[in-house]
Design a binder for this molecule. Structure first.
Ligand code: FES
Length: 202
């Protein structure tokens, strides 16, 4: 279970760069007039991407002004959803799903690899500042369990050896290949297995 913590060392300044100001305006234009607050989740995500994958309090205040909404409402959204990081994370941020389907398929073996190769404690940045890891709830790819998310990509059908190789690659600053690590396309059955084809109503 992920408990949201707020970073103690907060930066004092945040504002969107030129590209993100344009993007934010474009996102807001998708909503009816005076409903600009509906863009809060997308703008928080933009802030996170701009700020090395975490959101400082000053960015929440900036977004509150940008959207003309109370700061506390932005804070509530940012602290509710697990996709927002409120403390710094590594350049490669490993989110290990440990909800039941992944857990019974070996998720805690993956957690042990993260402890051994990244840092003993969850949410602690590795000594080389390259990576951090965290346990998370279901990421919606249960059929390819166990799986992890690294930054914006999913890595599925894993085992400890495969995760070790992925970590080797990220340590070399290489981008590991996302998707199934047992050669499946999306969530297709393995070994061309077919079911129910002989069933009239299938
Ligand atoms: S339980 Fe792990 S992705 Fe759903």
């Amino acid at each position: 279970m992920n408990i949201k913590k707020i970073e103690k060392n907060q930066p004092k300044i945040f504002e969107f760069n030129t590209k993100n100001i344009e993007l934010a305006k474009k996102i807001i234009s998708n909503y009816p007039e005076k409903k600009q607050q509906s863009a809060v989740m997308a703008l928080l995500y933009l802030a996170q991407r701009q700020n090395n994958n975490w959101i400082p309090l000053v960015a929440m205040k900036y977004i509150a002004k940008f959207l003309d909404m109370p700061y506390i409402k932005v804070y509530e959204v940012a602290t509710f959803y697990s996709m927002y990081n409120l403390t710094p994370v590594g350049k490669y941020f490993f989110q290990v799903c440990t909800t039941t389907p992944c857990m019974i398929r070996g998720a805690y073996n993956l957690v042990n690899v993260c402890k051994k190769r990244i840092s003993e404690k969850e949410s602690e940045i590795s000594k080389d500042a390259n990576s951090s890891w965290m346990e998370v709830e279901c990421l919606g790819a249960c059929v390819n369990a166990p799986m992890i998310q690294i930054n914006e990509n999913y890595f599925e059908d894993l085992d400890p050896e495969k995760l070790e190789k992925i970590i080797d690659q990220t340590n070399q600053k290489e981008a590991p290949k996302p998707g199934s690590y047992r050669g499946r396309i999306n969530a297709e059955p393995e070994n061309s297995r077919k079911t129910l084809l002989g069933n009239k109503n299938a």
